[in-house]
Design a protein around this ligand. Structure first.
Ligand SMILES: *Cc1c(COP(=O)(O)O)cnc(C)c1O
Length: 418
């Protein structure tokens, strides 16, 4: 049975003795990850060092407040860990200030809004049907309930952000903040254009870079840091760190952002996660991460091209990032059916809204498979498996499952041949 890492293997042994029921579930998940193909755009395989920090003694520590100003005693190592995380984040992204405490990407966005807005303020963000996140005004989310969101879209013909429409909407609605960032936009975002529009109407610019921030760290995507007032991000997507969030900003907003995270929206910091974020920032500063980030994009381009050759319609005709959205309807299946057939073949991905189309498309990303060591040749193989899984039925599905097993056997996520 594949193990996740040396450190978690040890803790899994302990767990196996004390709580076999939960140990089996966790080992089952590790096996699932290692024996199926992970193409969910927001997922990755974090390193054994990151997992070790997550399972460390810092998990026991309460540390409300910030380094040097805590509400609890015994924080000397917690302070040291958070100072290292902040120093590494600011150096990695060239930011004046970093808050590394948000528990998730959504918490980072909530903190950004809390720092800059009051309930009832108008916010202009990408509309949810075009790729906006829940925190960009969904009625079921705090954002949609507490703020007055206006949504911009993409050009119907190209799928690209319509910057002229963004400007028109900004002038018409005079938002307090403009949000750029998406869960499914495959292209680079023109942060300078958004800055210009924000300045035009006197709005703050918030970049929600949850997806591309890992590419930014590796120099494979433009950085929002020089343009946005506040940058929100996750640490677990392409960046390959622990599950969590962060906020980057200039010194003039630093105190407002810090107070928006704690005490306004969160309590005690999760020190084990902050230590793990620091480990991930350290990894992201190394040359190997730059190579990884560029390979992620090369793989996504190769996969988009190969899927197009198999008949999929690729939104924006390709990608600049790790992310691809594909309409499988030319192959005679809708997005949900396609996801189901792919899941049966051991390929794990999401569906997503397709702008201006009925039904849903497939959303996939190449971060996890790149971490596993796959490159362009494997992307072509994956596209072939996709087409077979969707076109054939019955016994053919078993062949696709075998093809997936072979691929992940050659590229095990933690180097353990299963
Ligand atoms: C993933 C994502 C988030 C939220 O991250 P969570 O950690 O799931 O809360 C926010 N905004 C965008 C654009 C995202 O892609």
């Amino acid at each position: 049975m594949p193990v996740v890492s040396a450190s978690s293997a040890t803790s899994t042994d302990t767990l196996l003795r004390q709580d076999p029921e939960m140990a089996e579930i966790i080992l089952g998940e590790a096996t699932r990850q290692a024996t199926t193909l992970q193409l969910i755009a927001a997922e990755n395989f974090t390193s054994p060092a990151v997992l070790a920090a997550l399972g460390s003694a810092l998990a026991n520590k309460y540390a409300e407040g910030y380094p040097g100003a805590r509400h609890h005693g015994g924080c000397e190592f917690a302070d040291a860990a958070e100072r290292v995380a902040i120093a590494r984040a600011t150096a990695l992204f060239g930011a004046e200030h970093a808050n590394v405490q948000p528990h998730s990407g959504s918490s980072a966005v909530l903190a950004a809004y809390a720092a800059l807005l009051k309930p009832g303020d108008t916010v202009l963000a990408m509309g949810l049907p075009y790729g906006g996140h829940l925190t960009h005004g969904a009625p079921v989310n705090f954002s949609g309930r507490w703020f007055d969101f206006v949504g911009y879209g993409v050009e119907p013909a190209t799928g690209l952000i319509d910057y002229a429409q963004v400007r028109r909407l900004a002038r018409a609605h005079r938002p307090k903040a403009l949000v750029c960032g998406s869960i499914s936009y495959p292209r680079h975002i023109d942060y300078a254009a958004f800055r210009d529009i924000a300045d035009d109407v006197g709005a703050y610019l918030i970049a929600d870079a949850a997806h591309p921030i890992g590419l930014v760290a590796g120099g494979a995507a433009p950085s929002p840091v020089p343009y946005a007032d506040v940058v929100c991000a996750t640490t677990h997507k392409v960046l390959r760190g622990p599950r969590g969030g962060m906020v980057l900003c200039g010194v003039e907003l630093a105190e407002r952002v810090d107070r928006a995270v704690f005490p306004f929206t969160q309590g005690g910091a999760q020190m084990h996660t902050i230590a793990a974020k620091a480990v991930a920032f350290g990894e992201a500063a190394a040359p190997a991460f730059t190579a990884y980030a560029h390979q992620v994009v090369a793989n996504a381009r190769a996969l988009a091209k190969a899927l197009a050759a198999e008949g999929f319609l690729i939104t924006t005709d390709g990608t600049d990032t790790h992310l691809i959205t594909a309409d499988p309807s030319p192959l005679g299946v809708d997005g949900r059916t396609a996801r189901g057939r792919l899941a049966a073949a051991g390929v794990v991905l999401d569906t997503c809204a397709l702008p201006y189309a009925d039904g849903r498309g497939l959303r996939l990303g190449t971060a996890a498979v790149t971490t596993q060591g796959m490159s362009e040749a494997e992307m072509t193989r994956i596209a072939t498996l996709f087409a077979s899984a969707l076109r054939e039925g019955g016994d053919e599905a078993r062949d696709v499952r075998d093809g997936v097993r072979e691929l992940v056997r050659l590229f095990p996520p933690y180097g353990t041949v299963s």
